[in-house]
Design a protein around this ligand. Structure first.
Ligand code: NAD
Length: 487
C-alpha cells in the first residue's frame, strides 16, 4: 500500500505524482525514512481546488440516496483493507497496530453513520403571522471545503470532516499533517476505489505554514475545517483573506475529578486509559486529576501501579502493546520539559519519568507512562496541554474547589468525573465548563452525539447530525400566496 502512495497526491480522481516530493516521512519507532511526499505548489493546489469546484454541483445535485450509497461503499472498502491501512498508520504514527486497526474500523463506521445521515437531510416549515405566507427553511451544502488535520488520529480526524462534508453535498480538499500524510492518501485512494466521482475528494500534502496556509487563503475554498493546536487555529482565523465558514477543533487541557464516592478501581483504570492511550497524544487526554483528599493516597498509589503495568513497545512488532512510540521528537521534548518543571516545583514522581531502557528503544521516541503527585497550578503539567504520556494529580477538599480548579484554564474540550453519588454527579456535570463531560467512563465521544470544544478549544462540532449540518447553509424561502382565481 505504501509504495503506491510515496510522492503522490490525489487530485481530480487520480493518484498523481507530486511535482516536488521532498518531505521525508519517518517511522517514529526507528527513525527510518519510510517515504517522501510532495509540497503542493500553487499550481497543484489550484488544480485540486478547481477539481473540487467542478465536482461540487454534480455531487450536490445527486439524490441523497446516491451520496449515501457512495459513503456506504467507502466504509466497506476501508473496512475490507483495515489491516493494511492500520499497519501503514503505525509505520508513520507509532501507535500499536491493534489500536490503529480500531481507528480504521471507527473511520469505516463514520462512513456508514454519515451515509445514513445523508439520506435524512430535510428542512422546516415555520409559521408566519399571516396564513397567506409559507416560510420554508432548506439546507444547502456550503461548497468546497478545505480540511486541515493533525497527526494524532490520522484516519478519524480526516474521516469526520470527509464524511460530514460529503453527506451534506460538499466536496473537499484535504491537507493532512506532514508527519502522517500516508494514511490520508490511503483514504483518498479508497475514495477512488469506492467509485466516488472524480474531484469530490482531493488530498494534497506539504507543510502547514505553506500548503495549509495557502488553502486557508484560497478564495475558491468556502469553508475551512481545521483540527490542530489552538495557536495555529487562531492564526488561521486571523489570516483568512476572505469571509469563509470555519470550524476549529483545537487543543485541550482536560481535568478528571474523582470524588470520595467513586469506585476507585474503575477510576484508576479510566485514568490510566485516558492519560496514556496513544501516548497521551489525544486532545481529550486526561492531563490533570483532582482527587477527594480522603481517597487521594490510595488513588495515586494505584494509578502509579497501573502505569507501571503498561507495556511500551514498537507498535509494528508488537501489535497489542499498550503504548507505542510517540509520533515525533516534539511532543516527547514537551513531555520531558513538563516533567522537569513539575519535579523542580515539588511534584512527587511516582511512575515513569524516563524512556524505557534497551536497544529496541534507542532510536525511537519512546517514554514510560508517568504519574506525578502533589501537583499545583504553578506547574506546566496542570496548566498547559502536554500531549504526552504524563499526568499530574492533586487533592481537593470541597467539590467547589474541584470545579474551580477544573475550570481554571482557557480550554474547554472534555472533562471527566468518577463518583457514585447522584448529587455529586449532577453538581459537577452542570458546572464543568466543557463541551463534553464523561461520567464514570473515559470514552467521552460517540459518533452519534456532537463533539466540540468551547473557549480556546474551538468553535463548531463534529460527530452526530451537527457534524453534517456544519457543512450546510440554511436558506429561508418565504412565499406569499393569494387565493387562486375562482376559489
Ligand atoms: P498543528 O496545529 O501544529 O497542526 C495541525 C495541522 O495544521 C497540520 O496539518 C499542519 O500542517 C497544519 N498547519 C500548521 N500551520 C498552519 C498554518 N499556518 N495554516 C494552515 N495550516 C497549518 O497541530 P498538531 O501538532 O498536528 O496536533 C496537535 C494539536 O491538535 C493538539 O493541540 C491537539 O489538542 C489538537 N487536536 C485537537 C482535536 C480536537 O478535536 N479538538 C483533535 C486532535 C488534536
Amino acid at each position: 500500500m505504501l509504495q503506491n502512495l510515496i510522492g503522490k497526491m490525489i487530485i481530480d480522481g487520480a493518484v498523481v505524482a507530486a511535482r516536488s516530493p521532498t518531505v521525508e516521512v519517518a517511522n517514529p519507532s526507528t527513525g527510518e525514512i519510510i517515504g517522501v511526499v510532495g509540497i503542493a505548489s500553487a499550481d497543484e493546489l489550484e488544480r485540486a481546488v478547481r477539481a473540487a469546484r467542478a465536482a461540487f454541483r454534480p455531487w450536490a445535485d445527486l439524490p441523497a440516496k446516491a451520496r449515501s450509497l457512495h459513503l456506504h461503499n467507502l466504509g466497506d472498502a476501508i473496512a475490507a483493507d483495515a489491516d493494511a491501512m492500520a499497519r501503514l498508520m503505525t509505520l508513520e504514527q507509532g501507535k500499536p497496530v491493534n489500536e490503529a486497526r480500531g481507528e480504521i474500523l471507527k473511520l469505516a463506521e463514520t462512513c456508514h453513520f454519515y451515509a445514513e445521515e445523508a439520506a435524512r437531510i430535510h428542512g422546516e416549515t415555520i409559521p408566519n403571522d399571516s396564513t397567506d405566507f409559507d416560510s420554508t427553511v432548506v439546507r444547502e451544502p456550503i461548497g468546497v471545503v478545505g480540511a486541515i488535520t493533525p497527526w494524532n488520529y490520522p484516519a478519524e480526524l480526516v474521516g469526520w470532516k470527509l464524511c460530514g462534508a460529503l453527506a451534506a453535498g460538499c466536496t473537499i480538499v484535504i491537507k493532512p499533517a506532514e508527519i502522517t500524510p500516508f494514511t490520508a492518501l490511503a483514504i483518498g485512494a479508497k475514495c477512488i476505489e469506492a467509485g466516488i466521482p472524480a474531484g469530490v475528494v482531493n488530498v494534497i500534502t506539504g507543510p502547514g505554514s505553506v500548503v495549509g496556509q495557502a488553502l486557508v487563503e484560497h478564495k475558491g475554498v468556502d469553508k475551512i475545517a481545521f483540527t490542530g493546536s489552538s495557536a495555529v487555529g487562531l492564526k488561521i482565523q486571523q489570516s483568512a483573506t476572505s469571509v469563509k465558514r470555519m470550524a476549529l477543533e483545537l487543543g485541550g487541557n482536560c481535568p478528571m475529578v474523582v470524588t470520595a464516592s467513586a469506585d476507585l478501581d474503575a477510576a484508576v483504570a479510566g485514568a490510566a486509559r485516558r492519560s496514556f492511550r496513544n501516548c497521551g497524544q489525544i486532545c481529550i487526554a486526561i492531563n490533570r486529576i483532582y482527587v477527594a483528599r480522603s481517597v487521594y493516597d490510595a488513588f495515586v498509589a494505584k494509578l502509579a501501579q497501573a502505569a507501571d503495568a503498561l507495556r511500551v513497545a514498537d507498535g509494528l512488532a508488537d501489535p497489542s502493546a499498550d503504548l507505542g512510540s510517540m509520533a515525533s521528537a516534539e511532543p516527547l521534548a514537551k513531555t520531558r520539559a513538563h516533567l522537569n518543571d513539575a519535579v523542580a516545583k515539588g511534584a512527587r514522581l511516582l511512575a515513569g519519568g524516563a524512556a524505557p531502557e534497551g536497544a529496541a528503544f534507542a532510536k525511537g521516541h519512546f517514554f514510560r507512562p508517568t504519574v506525578l503527585a502533589d501537583c499545583t497550578h504553578e506547574m506546566l503539567v496542570m496548566t498547559e496541554e502536554t500531549f504526552g504520556p504524563i499526568v499530574g494529580v492533586a487533592p481537593f477538599d470541597t467539590l467547589a474547589e474541584a470545579v474551580q480548579k477544573s475550570n481554571d484554564t482557557p480550554y474547554g474540550l472534555a472533562s471527566y468525573v468518577y463518583g457514585k453519588d447522584a448529587d455529586e454527579i449532577r453538581y459537577l456535570s452542570r458546572r464543568l465548563d466543557y463541551g463534553n463531560v464523561a461520567v464514570n467512563t473515559v470514552d467521552a465521544g460517540i459518533i452519534n452525539a456532537p463533539y466540540g470544544g468551547r473557549k480556546q478549544s474551538g468553535v463548531g462540532y463534529e460527530h452526530g447530525r451537527e457534524g453534517m449540518l456544519e457543512y450546510m447553509n440554511f436558506k429561508h424561502i418565504r412565499v406569499r400566496y393569494d387565493l387562486p382565481e375562482g376559489a
